[in-house]
Design a protein around this ligand. Sequence first.
Ligand code: SF4
Length: 166
Amino acid sequence: MVKIGIMGLTGCSGCQCEILNCKDALYKLLGKVEFCYFPLAQDNNSFEEFDILFVEGSVTTDLDEEKVKKGRKVSKILVAIGSCACYGGVQAQRNDEVTLEEMLKEVYGTTEFPVNVSKPKAVSEIVKVDYELPGCPLDKKQFVYAVAFLLNGVKPFFPKIPVCHE
Ligand code: SF4
């Protein structure tokens, strides 16, 4: 059984929802995939080892960084999914426009925040990324193809797709 993990960092969870939209197809088509870590979708999760770990969201908090570093250590293949994970996403657009303090003050009315927040970063700025599936959200067909390619030991190839698409 190929062990798959789906990890969410800072993002809107839209990419994970796209995966949920094709989860049944994956089980039906491939039949040898186990989602051993997918907190958005299931209660029982194991974080011990992954053949393929898909990571959604940008690295924006200390917790994000800790999670993705731990995920990299226990994964054979790590795939960044969605524009947040591949490029930093919409939240990274503020990086050159306002300071972190200005942003916190504007959004929350205070610079005090319960977690340590930093500039949103692409996953590849923190750990080695083997493949990237951009898109906002990612294209669910590309996700299914990626799993199929990787299960068969084939390097995935994907055409560039628009940042926003149906
Ligand atoms: Fe949400 Fe888009 Fe980021 Fe995916 S890439 S988590 S859909 S904002």
